[in-house]
Ligand binder design. Structure first.
Ligand code: BDR
Ligand code: CA
Length: 377
């Protein structure tokens, strides 16, 4: 069932954007990561007449919650399913959190299927320090009435993609375990997936180790499978998401709006900011996942550039690091004396495997986010 109403919501969006802008709730300047005059290919996924059909793979998670709300309240997107995965907190919490969030948004028509409870080959490391013990900043929402569907996340993603070849994108805002499991369990499915839009990675240092961003750190092997898959990829990493820090006046704007989504978003963000302040971690909370969703709704929120991205999986200190080549050749570390001599074959040519966000307009992003969450349903 498609309940989004494109024309009406666009009008509401413009109206409430102007109001929120007038209230002065936004940062002022676009942020550029790389000084360059190269021409950037921008994201051209959004077709104005036709919603972009997505499966949202997520580990809610405070910023996941806001991203889910944004997706569910945006007529440019049609959310086909939610597939929770372990990450910020264990699956035993991300699954009920996902069910709660669709209930709050009044979108119980959307199937929610349980995903992976552990990364592919590693023990789970969570980010409770950032998202609270329950993943929603410590806010106690009632137990969800909605139940997950009987299929697993992998089964559901495969079924939806196979029934709609070339139509479905996966928006992955948690560790990539579910997505990698789909690709591994169904080796001919990759060409049927329209695109995978990923929150993860960084070319400018990590947020859980000096090298790795959290989602790739939790399951580097899964990230590698996805980057090797040949599916068109968009990577929205810390290079841009660190520039969209939610501020107190923006939380106040959410608290002031009288709709269940805005109220819930305000509660979660307020509780999390208070919690982080108490624990001495008040460096601001980045809207990583909402930015990833937002750039699908309005591609001009970020600038994308072609890269060949590889994921480090073996480093003792660097597993989950993402490395991007903007032009060839792609070189590996020099061979050890005790190993095989390097082959004579030339280095492979530069061939991008992902569009990577390198620049962001935080003002535009927050205008979009607040307008969508605060407007009447
Ligand atoms: C990513 O890790 C999680 O903690 C957030 O939800 C986001 O997906 C940022 O590194
Ligand atoms: Ca997440």
């Amino acid at each position: 069932m498609r309940s989004n109403k494109v024309a009406r919501s666009r009008r509401d969006f413009l109206r409430s954007s102007a109001a929120t802008l007038a209230a002065g709730a936004f940062p002022a300047f676009p942020v550029s990561l790389f000084a360059t005059n190269e021409k950037f290919a921008n994201n051209s996924f959004t077709n104005p007449g036709k919603p972009h059909r997505i499966i949202l793979d997520t580990d809610p998670g405070v910023d996941d919650a806001i991203a889910i709300f944004l997706a569910l309240r945006s007529p440019e997107l049609h959310v086909e399913a939610l597939t929770p995965v372990c990450g910020n907190v264990p699956l035993s919490l991300t699954l009920p959190n996902a069910l709660r969030l669709v209930e709050i948004a009044g979108r119980t028509d959307i199937p929610v299927a349980a995903g992976a409870a552990t990364p592919l080959v590693r023990r789970l490391v969570t980010a409770k320090y950032a998202h609270g013990n329950n993943g929603l900043g410590g806010v106690d929402f009632p137990e969800p009435k909605l139940k997950p569907v009987s299929e697993t996340a992998t089964e559901l993603i495969r079924r939806i993609v196979r029934a709609n070849p070339g139509e479905i994108s996966i928006v992955a805002i948690g560790p990539l375990t579910n997505v990698a499991t789909v690709l591994k369990s169904d080796p001919t499915i990759a060409p049927l997936i329209k695109s995978i839009i990923i929150m993860g990675g960084s070319f400018s240092g990590g947020n859980i180790t000096p090298a790795a961003e959290f989602n790739f750190y939790v399951d580097p092997e899964a990230a590698r499978i996805v980057f090797d898959s040949g599916v068109p990829l968009t990577m929205v990493g810390l290079d841009v998401t660190r520039k969209v820090i939610i501020r107190d006046e923006q939380v106040r704007a959410l608290e002031a709006a009288q709709n269940p989504v805005s109220q819930a978003a305000g509660k979660i963000l307020r509780a999390n900011l208070d919690r982080l302040t108490k624990t001495g971690n008040a460096n601001g909370f980045a809207m990583h996942d909402p930015l990833t969703v937002a750039q699908l709704i309005d591609p001009s929120v970020v600038t994308l550039k072609d890269f060949f991205v590889e994921i480090e999986t073996t480093g003792e200190l660097t597993a989950g690091q993402s490395l991007g080549y903007a032009h060839g050749p792609v070189r590996r570390s020099a061979p050890l004396e005790t190993g095989l001599p390097p082959g004579d074959s030339p280095e492979p040519e530069f061939k991008p495997n992902a569009k990577v966000a390198i620049e962001v307009d935080p003002d535009k992003f927050f205008r979009l986010l607040l307008a969508r969450l605060t407007s009447a349903a």
